[in-house]
Ligand binder design. Structure first.
Ligand code: RIB
Ligand code: CA
Length: 312
């Protein structure tokens, strides 16, 4: 059964690998990609999304631009991680793939109304602004979403943009709070698991050696992306945060976690954007998310390699 998905994204090198993985996988029907402001401003995330789709050869997949800022806060970006273009590591040509005229949030609403209820999965891998805005504009679609598989949050791994918060949640905590309270089934890929999804030199070189253009692009992106985490954490390798969402859709058995309650802090003096994950189930609050913690790292990277190898 082909899984229909919409990817909401802020490329970002790891977003780019996630997009290629999805477009290389026949188990997934990517109905569209919606760019959101996050790692870099929207003008760059939509351009980067079109560059990646064109690189993959899948120019049948439409790209939309969504919100250019969080619901109620100023935008915080992450050029220090992703470079000034947001996709540093390899120079890609200006895309010929057009940006769709329709606002990305309206595309999300229209698509969920057009498809049978419970058949479309949302895969947000940036701030949750577009998802929350779609739910605000059209509350009728909330019950139609099959599930949300998102990259965001942290608990045991704590924050990467503040001591308490992970970037995607921190940028728009109000949006995250509304999505986590929506009642839609959630699968959450926090730093707890994505920091275990680290590239290594052999894998990057195997990417670089792939025939075609996509493998070398992944090598260039992960080489660039790695330097931030190596400098910050002393880790060897780049964490492939966003591809973990797509990998879960393809092989959920590679991951382990718990169905628990997760609340979003929006008023903390020091903790705004924190995902308060009740891992030990002490709060009595109802579970609202499958919160992942472990991954079979080698099987994950073998799968990503084999899928990227299918692309031009
Ligand atoms: O904290 C990691 C997340 O923030 C990833 O989605 C990365 O692309 C950035 O958006
Ligand atoms: Ca991202």
């Amino acid at each position: 059964m082909v899984q229909k998905i919409i990817i909401d994204t802020d490329p970002g090198q790891d977003d780019a690998v996630a997009i290629l993985l999805a477009l290389a996988s026949p188990e997934l029907q990517v109905l569209g990609l919606v760019a959101v402001a996050g790692n870099v401003p929207l003008a760059l995330t939509e351009l980067n999304t079109r560059k990646v789709v064109e690189l993959s050869g899948r120019t049948d997949v439409p790209v939309f631009a969504g919100c250019d800022r969080p619901l109620s806060r100023d935008l915080v970006t992450a050029e220090h991680v992703h470079g000034k273009t947001g996709l540093d590591g390899i120079d890609l040509p200006e895309p010929t793939l057009p940006l769709q005229a329709q606002h990305g949030v309206d595309f999300i609403v229209e698509t969920l109304r057009a498809h049978d209820a419970g058949t479309v999965t949302l895969v947000p891998i940036g701030p949750l602004t577009n998802i929350a805005e779609a739910f605000r504009r059209a509350p009728d679609i909330i019950g139609r979403v099959q599930q949300i598989v998102l990259m965001g949050g942290a608990y045991f791994e704590v924050g990467n943009i503040t001591p308490a918060a992970e970037f995607n949640i921190y940028v728009d905590p109000e949006a995250a709070a509304e999505v986590f309270a929506s009642g839609v089934p959630l699968v959450v890929m926090p730093l707890d698991v994505t920091h275990k999804a680290l590239t290594d030199r052999a894998w990057i070189e195997a990417m670089r050696a792939l025939p075609g253009r996509c493998g070398p692009a992944v090598a260039g992106w992960t080489d660039f992306f790695e330097r931030f985490d190596t400098a910050k954490y002393g880790s060897v390798g780049a964490p492939l945060h966003d591809p973990c969402t797509i990998a879960w859709l393809l092989h959920p058995d590679l991951f382990e976690g718990r169905h628990i309650n997760v609340e979003i802090e929006v008023d903390g003096r020091w903790t705004t954007g924190m995902t308060v994950a009740d891992w030990w189930r002490v709060s009595g609050r109802a579970p609202n998310a499958l919160f992942l913690k472990d991954v079979d790292r080698d099987a994950l990277f073998d799968m990503i390699h084999d899928r990227i190898a299918r692309l031009p």
